[in-house]
Design a binder for this molecule. Structure first.
Ligand code: PGA
Length: 278
């Protein structure tokens, strides 16, 4: 296999159901001004749907990417309250979360719906950020790999290697989300390596190009150790992305590589879709 080429860590801010349009735009403008960090880290903002258009305008011409938090798999139709991939592209989204555990839990999103959303996003030219992860009860029962394998393999079912390479996977243990207790680097790395092996079984070398992010209580204190692990290519950040100063702390550590290991060596995968978010 050829030596992996350089690729920047990817950090996604998931603002969930927080912030007004004005608050989103103000945060986006502050982050946009940090071109020093944006040269070293790929950064994507996922504001609430109400702010997508305004944030897109605020980011125009810069290096920050824009993501939606969910989508529908049909391109149009009588689906009250839903938003299609076409409509997300229309307001400047280049990527979209699918299968976030809060949507699985509160909106009943199933693995089959996640698969449909994933392929609709790819067909529409957007990057799916496929969220997977086990609950605490599933981990305690020794079912982590089984749950994650099912979530990943159903979502990518039927994708060709060239399509699969465009997917970003976010491993988010449900017990770590919003709990203030991130998985340890070793706990996260074990699952990331498992996901990489799983994808390699289906997609061979192409799996090396798939970014696998960690999510769940990522903070300025934990990001360095996580990014120091070879198969952790970035992070999906919720609570700690809401305050711009805290989020900048995460970006600074990701850019500098505070883990002891060099993150700009540890987080490399093949550069098949570099800058696909901006
Ligand atoms: P958290 O959320 O960083 O607040 O744990 C992460 C997520 O839900 O994506």
């Amino acid at each position: 296999m050829p030596a992996p080429a350089a690729r920047l860590p990817l950090i996604i801010a998931n603002w969930k159901m927080h912030k007004t349009v004005a608050e989103c735009v103000a945060a986006a403008e502050t982050l946009r001004s940090r071109s020093d960090l944006l040269a070293l880290v790929d950064v994507v903002l996922a504001p609430p749907a109400t702010a997508l258009d305004a944030v897109h305008r605020a980011l125009a011409g810069g290096r920050l990417g824009l993501a939606a938090q969910t989508c529908h798999w049909e391109s149009s139709g009588a689906y009250t309250g839903e938003i299609s991939v076409l409509q997300l592209a229309d307001v400047g989204c280049a990527s979209c979360l699918v299968g976030h555990s809060e949507r699985r839990q509160h909106a009943g999103e199933t693995n089959d719906q996640v698969r449909r959303k994933t392929s609709a996003l790819l067909a529409g030219g957007l990057t799916p950020v496929l969220c997977v992860g086990e609950t605490f009860a599933e981990r305690r029962a020794g079912k982590t790999e089984q749950v994650v394998a099912e979530q990943v393999s159903i979502a990518v079912q039927g994708l060709a290697p060239a399509q699969a390479q465009r997917v970003v996977v976010a491993y988010e243990p449900v017990w770590a989300i919003g709990s203030g207790k991130a998985a340890t680097p070793a706990e996260a790395a074990a699952v990331h390596q498992f996901i990489r092996r799983l994808l390699t079984e289906d997609y061979g070398d192409a799996a090396g190009g798939i970014r696998i992010l960690y999510g769940g209580s990522v903070s300025p204190e934990t990001i360095g150790g996580l990014l120091g692990q070879p198969d952790i290519n970035g992070a999906l950040v919720g609570g700690a992305s809401l305050n711009v100063t805290t989020f900048l702390g995460i970006l600074e550590r990701a850019a500098r590589g505070d883990s002891g290991a060099s993150p700009l060596a540890a987080n490399r995968t093949t550069p098949t879709a570099a800058r696909s978010f901006a």
